[in-house]
Structures are given as C-alpha cells and as structure tokens.
Design a binder for this molecule. Structure first.
Ligand SMILES: Cc1cc2nc3c(=O)[nH]c(=O)nc-3n(C[C@H](O)[C@H](O)[C@H](O)COP(=O)(O)O)c2cc1C
Length: 210
C-alpha cells in the first residue's frame, strides 16, 4: 500500500509550468509539505537550511524579475526560497555543538563527534563556496522530499534554479556570509495537462559492479 502511494506520487509529480493562480494550498496541506522538509536527513544531522516562504502576491511579484521572469513564481500558491547555512555549519558558531548535544549519547561520544566534525570542516570546507556547495546538497534532499510529499496529496511543484543569486540575496537582505540561496520551489495546482515523462531507461543508468 505504502509502495503504491509513493509510486503514484512519483508519477504525479512533474515540473509544473502553469499553475492556477486562483487555487491556494490550504494551511493543513502546506504544513504537511513543510514537515517533509523538516524531517529530511542531512549530513551530520546539521539541518543546514531555512525555508523562506512567499505567499502574498506583492512579495511574489517583486521576486519574479529576479527569477528569469518565470510565471511559476507569481502563479503558484506558495514559493519557497531554500537557504543553505554558511555560518551555522562552522564549529566557531557554536551551532554544530548544539546539534550534536541533542544526541542521546554519553558526553565523551558527543565530544568525539565535535572533534571529528571540526576536522572534517577544516579539511574539506576551506572557503564559503565549498561550504555552500555542501549545504546546498542537503537542501536539495529537503526540496525533493517536499515535492514528493506535495505530489502525494495532489499538489504540484516546480523546482527553480533559474534565478539571479546575488541579486535575489541582496533583495532579500541576506548576509551571504551567513546564508545563501540554494534553490527555489513553486507549489500550487496545475492549470495544464501533464506532459509525457522523458527518462533514460534503468539499463542506461544502472551498472551492477562485479
Ligand atoms: C534543481 C532543478 C532546477 C530546475 N529549475 C527549473 C527552472 O528554473 N525552471 C523550470 O521551468 N524548470 C526547472 N526545473 C525543472 C526541470 O527542467 C525538470 O525537472 C526536468 O526537465 C524533468 O522534467 P519533470 O520534472 O517534469 O519530470 C528544474 C529542476 C531541478 C531538479
């Protein structure tokens, strides 16, 4: 039964280009979608994300020119701007220690996590660009879960990478040393026919190692 639901959602979801501007997602359904983002996994359990939500027409209209003028921005019911953490994933911020402290582990294990994480960060993330790339990878997991969750209750979505990052961050007054925009997603109800799915076959993308 669960398998059937998931498969239906995967087939229902597509990148919706024309949303019905008159149809709004109700609060209960919207929370269900947000919960799918909140419950998503992240490397080290860092949860390096924030979801900025634009619902009002005036906010969405201001954002549209910064997003390649895509109609989904204004026609969708809800728009999410996904931020990836820069400052909060650095050990010096104190946030990683807080994340690890939540774990039901003895203090010495927590300390070991902090040390491992600090080493990992120092070796791997030598600048904010690399830190952003790592955070964005986590954000995309939340994005995917939210799109599938939405599809499971008949709500459409369109992930959006077509935006001007620096201009959008400036418009939203985001300090890029703390947060950066990774991706956007429009959610709402389709006003078009779902196009046929184009995908490579499993044979083309799966290789069994021997
Ligand atoms: C990360 C990401 C960014 C995307 N950005 C845009 C976008 O800016 N505008 C748009 O219309 N579609 C965008 N798409 C939709 C893709 O073009 C679409 O998912 C792909 O062609 C496969 O089609 P389907 O999702 O309908 O199966 C994006 C998809 C992803 C995953």
């Amino acid at each position: 039964m669960i398998k059937n639901c998931f498969s239906k959602a995967m087939h229902f979801r597509y990148a919706c280009k024309h949303f019905d501007p008159a149809k709004k997602i109700d609060e209960k359904h919207w929370r269900f979608i947000l919960e799918a983002g909140r419950l998503s996994p992240s490397s080290f359990g860092m949860e390096p994300w924030r979801f900025l939500v634009a619902e009002s027409s005036s906010v969405k209209e201001r954002l549209r020119p910064l997003c390649w003028n895509q109609a989904q921005i204004t026609d969708a019911s809800h728009l999410v701007i996904y931020l990836a953490a820069i400052e909060n994933v650095k050990p010096a911020s104190g946030i990683p220690a807080k994340r690890f402290a939540r774990r039901p582990l003895p203090p010495e294990r927590i300390e070991a996590y902090n040390a491992l994480y600090a080493d990992f960060m120092a070796e791997t993330f030598t600048d904010d660009e690399k830190t952003f790339a790592w955070g964005a990878r986590q954000v995309y997991i939340a994005l995917a879960n939210m799109m599938t969750a939405a599809a499971s209750i008949g709500i459409d979505s369109c992930p959006i990478e077509g935006f001007e990052k620096e201009k959008l961050e400036a418009h939203l007054k985001i300090d890029s040393k703390k947060w950066q925009v990774a991706v956007l997603c429009a959610f709402g109800y389709r006003n078009e026919t779902q196009p046929p799915r184009m995908r490579l076959s499993l044979e083309e993308i799966v290789e069994v190692l021997e």
